[in-house]
Design a protein around this ligand. Structure first.
Ligand code: FES
Length: 87
């Protein structure tokens, strides 16, 4: 089974918009989902420059962009993908 890849943006724009809270996911996701997920922090996901993708902070769960990401919304998306067999 492929792991779900979570990327958390820690770039300046996302960081000032609240991404510092998302850093908690680096510990929470492996505790909650074990080796089904892989978490990475990115310096910029190149989403902050495109207004069509919503608002910072951004995270990506596989190829799904999460705008205004929160700890909860990222966990919900991982759960949704696990339930749907990763689409
Ligand atoms: S700083 Fe987060 S997408 Fe650019």
């Amino acid at each position: 089974m492929n792991k779900i890849k979570v990327k958390l943006c820690m770039g300046t724009t996302c960081f000032v918009m609240g991404a510092s809270e998302l850093q908690e996911l680096v510990d929470i996701l492996p505790e909650k989902f074990g080796d089904k997920v892989e978490v990475q922090c990115a310096t910029c996901l190149d989403l902050c420059s495109s207004s069509s993708e919503g608002q910072a902070p951004y995270a990506m769960v596989d190829y799904t962009v999460i705008s205004k990401a929160t700890v909860e919304s990222v966990i919900n998306e991982v759960e949704r993908k696990l339930k749907n067999g990763q689409e």
